[in-house]
Structures are given as C-alpha cells and as structure tokens.
Write a protein that binds this ligand. Structure first.
Ligand code: CA
Length: 223
C-alpha cells in the first residue's frame, strides 16, 4: 500500500508519514502543490492525502486537475476547522472524503483504511496461502503454526505478494508498492529480498511445497 501525503506543514506531514509507516504503509511526502502533483501524476499510489491550503497549487486545483487527467487515485482531503465550504468544494473537486484538522491519528487511519484501493480480500486482517498466515494487525507470520520473524520490509513484501496471491507481479510493481519513492531500488534488490523471504518461509519447510515462485522473464508470485 503506497500513499502520497501532500501537506506543507512539515510537522503534520512528517507525523502522518511516521504513523502510517508504523502501520506498514509506504509513504512519500511532498510539501508543495506542484511537487505533489508531479508525483501523483507519474507514480502509482493507492491513496493521496491532500491538504487544501498549499503553496504553488492548492488542494482543490490539484484534485480537479487529477480527475481531469483521468487519474482516479482516491483522495482524502484535509480541511481546516470549521471551513464547511472547503468540504463542499473539496468533494465537488473529486475528493473521496475529507478530514477536519485537528484530527487524531486513529481517525486518519480509519479513513485511510476505508479509502485504500485494496482488493476485497485486503480487508481481511489475516491473509493465508496454504498453511502460511500473515496477520496484518499483529504483524505476525507463521507457517504450519510455526512463527516466522521478518524485517518490516520483508513483511511488506510478503503482504503485497499475499494480497495478490496467484498473480504474477513484476519487479517494477513490487518496487512501486513496497519501497518509497526516495529509495534507490534496483531490480536485483527485489531478487535479494525475495531470496531472504524464501529463506524464511520456504527453505526451513523442506517437506512442503515452496510457495514463492519465480516466473522467468516476468516476475514472482505466491500460491
Ligand atoms: Ca497547509
């Protein structure tokens, strides 16, 4: 799950980023309207959190422009307290929901969960493929009842594979969904992470079928 936060108040932007990252979302931040728009129109996001009052390009213009260019990424708009008109204009401009500042992180998280363009199964807290289980709430992974320890990147990678179980995922798709925009990731970094993940979920279970498959020339899938 990759989210773009466009907010010029650094403190707010950074605390949203930090909080969402703890929930294993991948988060990019832009502090200026134009920079945010460039990212939103060239990168693949599952959700955009967009402040209305922004330098260079305000949130309303931003959102209208996105929709005009047929980019339908869900937008959660941040409005200042009491500005009812903002909410109406925001929703008119094509935003999907709004949140009034100041808000609690829990409120934000609830909206983010509701708006994330997740496949239906994504609402499940526990994902499973054969005897492999991943609990997105408790950050636990186990296979055949045996607990498996993963780093947070390995966890995000496995979650992405499991949410798309049976589908072939290209390395570029994996990079886009699991790493930040800033991260300098080469396709062979994905290979390294896949190898590490295999060492944790497949290699120790020799008597069972390996779950992560390499599809030569295409990418990877789990099934
Ligand atoms: Ca602002």
């Amino acid at each position: 799950m990759r989210i773009l936060v466009v907010e010029d108040e650094h403190r707010i932007a950074n605390s949203i980023k930090k909080g969402l990252e703890l929930e294993t979302y991948v988060v990019d931040v832009a502090y200026l309207g134009n920079d945010g728009y460039d990212l939103a129109s060239t990168e693949d996001y599952d959700l955009i959190i967009l402040d209305i009052l922004l330098p260079q390009m305000d949130g309303i213009t931003f959102c209208k422009k996105l929709r005009k260019n047929k980019i339908h990424t869900p937008v959660l708009m941040l409005t200042a307290k009491g500005q009812i008109e903002d909410k109406v204009t925001g929703l008119d401009s094509g935003a999907d929901d709004y949140l009034t500042k100041p808000f609690s992180f829990e409120e934000l998280l609830a909206r983010v969960r509701a708006l994330s363009r997740r496949p239906k199964t994504a609402l499940d807290e526990v994902l499973s493929v054969e005897d492999l289980r991943l609990n997105t709430k408790l950050y636990q992974v186990e296979r055949g009842g045996k607990k498996i320890k993963l780093t947070s990147k390995e966890f995000s990678l496995l979650e992405y594979l499991m949410r798309n179980a049976g589908k072939i995922l290209k390395k570029e798709q994996i990079i886009n969904h699991v790493w930040d925009y800033d991260a300098d990731i080469l396709p062979n970094t994905v290979e390294v992470y896949i190898k590490n993940l295999r060492n944790r979920i497949d290699v120790p279970f020799k008597k069972k079928n390996p779950l992560i498959k390499t599809v030569r020339g295409f990418g990877y899938k789990i099934e």
